[in-house]
Design a protein around this ligand. Structure first.
Ligand SMILES: [Cu+2]
Length: 143
């Protein structure tokens, strides 16, 4: 118990310095690697079932947990304004979808309205590459 209290005290006082020290090692992004959304296209008007195809150049896709150089897995960021933090696993929630099976497309159900989609490649531990490998953020209009 004492140890937990001490850790809490340290976390409170040291703040970001402690967080940085606890960061997971980031995998360097290979030169020239690029992530992109193949479809839908930016500005497209689509139905509520939206199929998103993931593009990747200069690297390969591997399932999460597989240690293989120059590979990663896709994460689809839905209506995300702030990119996931460096050195931390990408959150897993309704706006941060993991494709840890090595999938290269998905079909989402989106509410009518305007939405943004962006891809981010994560390493075997779901941690963003350094520098981050993110696609252009696209905007779609769901009818
Ligand atoms: Cu992941």
């Amino acid at each position: 118990m004492k140890r937990i209290l001490l850790a809490l005290a340290l976390a409170t006082s040291a703040g970001s310095a402690l967080a940085a020290a606890a960061a997971l090692p980031a995998t360097p992004a290979p030169q020239g690697a690029e992530v992109y959304i193949i479809s839908p296209s930016d500005g497209a008007t689509v139905g509520q079932d939206v199929t998103v195809r993931f593009g990747l150049q200069g690297m390969g896709v591997a399932p999460a947990g597989v240690a293989k150089e120059h590979t990663g897995h896709h994460h689809l960021l839905v209506d995300v304004d702030t990119l996931p933090a460096a050195g931390q696993p990408i959150p897993a929630d309704a706006q941060h979808l993991h494709f840890g099976g090595g999938q290269t497309q998905t079909t989402l159900k989106l509410a009518p309205g305007t939405h943004t989609l962006q891809l981010e490649l994560g390493d075997q531990n779901h941690v963003p590459f350094a520098p981050a490998l993110v696609s252009k953020k696209i905007t779609i209009h769901v009818q």
